[in-house]
Design a protein around this ligand. Structure first.
Ligand SMILES: Nc1ncnc2c1ncn2[C@@H]1O[C@H](COP(=O)(O)OP(=O)(O)OP(=O)(O)O)[C@@H](O)[C@H]1O
Length: 341
């Protein structure tokens, strides 16, 4: 899938060739190295990656707290590179909602759950006092906070605090919800609760949701999981439901490599280590796929003509291309459907 594939609908999150370089004491760190990401309205997407892969940097940019060094980023119709101070305030107040890992960043400690929710609409002077109370009641119901609406954050469990934080984040009806490690401080059962709460808010309210986390288990709660590696999106896992011949339903997860605008992709680490692929590789265009071989392989692969016979009978054709570097090397998208329970 390419970042440029269009559906005619403006994406709610669009990052193109996003670069962020930090310079400290003369040392440069490239936190984002040309990251591409497109999230359509109403989608719920998880971004996962190892420590240091660039997740927090991406989220800081998408939330308008940091500015990229190069590339472009648009969220909910706002150009994050050119927006001025006033637009930034409007953007952060009404266009996006945030759920952070630490409760202290999400909630006022001296207000109850319901008061925290209502404070958001009161600060934004959104609607009459009666409207604001009605909206608070709706959110209390949606996030199942009825029993705890009169409790302060220090009287709530971590999972309950995060459910209140989600209600607070969507109180002003933002188009986009950004969640940074929302389950980072929770046990497994509470994590499931919070991820399911994010999913039902996405389903029932249609708010476009991006969850950034190091926790790979998040992918079982969302349809699409994007993996970041070394400051770039590397693979995506899409989950869907398939009906078997006997009528039973199966959840299927398929993994794809992400191809950027100029044909670059990252080969999964296990592919490169298994075949000892490094520095340069040989490529061959086949009728329905591209082959990749170690650059030092003795017998160069041959290109088969289109509509050729079986793969074991290669026809003589043009010599294989040897890519100059991994960055120049378009390579195959591994698709590995896995049946999941
Ligand atoms: N303000 C900064 N100054 C210098 N380097 C930074 C800064 N912020 C991040 N980095 C570097 O950029 C890279 C990406 O960091 P980032 O925090 O985005 O990764 P991450 O995936 O969120 O990691 P973690 O899961 O550990 O939070 C790292 O090498 C980090 O050291």
């Amino acid at each position: 899938m390419t970042i440029e594939s269009t559906t005619g609908v403006d994406p709610h999150i669009l990052c193109v060739d996003l670069v962020r370089i930090f310079s400290t004491r003369g040392v440069e760190v490239q936190a984002l190295q040309g990251l591409n990401l497109r999230v359509q309205p109403g989608e719920i997407v998880a971004v996962i990656g190892a420590s240091g892969s660039g997740k927090s940097t991406l989220l800081s940019i998408l939330s308008g707290l940091d500015t990229p060094t190069a590339g472009s980023a648009r969220v909910a119709g706002h150009d994050l590179l050119t927006m001025g101070t006033r637009e930034r305030v409007r953007f952060q107040r009404s266009s996006v909602g945030f759920v952070w890992q630490q409760t202290s960043k999400n909630l006022f400690p001296y207000l109850t759950a319901a008061e925290n929710i209502e404070a958001v609409t009161a600060i934004a002077r959104s609607g009459s006092a009666r409207d604001r109370r009605r909206r608070t009641d709706e959110l209390v119901e949606l996030l199942e906070l009825g029993d705890i609406r009169h409790r302060r954050p220090d009287q709530l469990s971590g999972g309950q605090q995060q459910r209140v934080a989600i209600a607070v984040a969507i109180a002003n009806e933002p188009r986009v919800l950004l969640a940074d490690e929302p389950t980072g401080e929770l046990d497994e059962a509470s994590s499931v609760d919070v991820l399911e709460a994010l999913r039902s808010v996405n389903e029932l309210r249609g708010v476009t949701t991006l969850i950034v986390t190091h926790d790979p288990s998040v992918s079982s709660h969302v349809r699409r999981t994007v993996q970041i590696r070394d400051g770039r999106t590397s693979t995506e896992v899409l989950r869907s439901t398939r009906i078997a011949d006997d009528g039973s339903e199966h959840a299927v997860a398929e993994e794809f490599a992400v191809l950027d605008r100029v044909g670059r992709l990252q080969l999964p680490e296990n592919f490169t280590s298994e075949l000892g692929l490094r520095d340069r590789v040989r490529l061959a265009l086949e009728s329905d796929h591209v082959g990749v071989w170690p650059g030092e392989s003795a017998a160069p692969p041959r290109r088969r003509p289109r509509h050729a016979g079986p793969p074991e009978a290669p026809a003589a054709a043009s010599p294989p291309a040897a890519a100059q570097s991994p960055d120049d090397a378009p390579s195959p998208a591994p698709t590995s459907p896995k049946d999941t329970p």
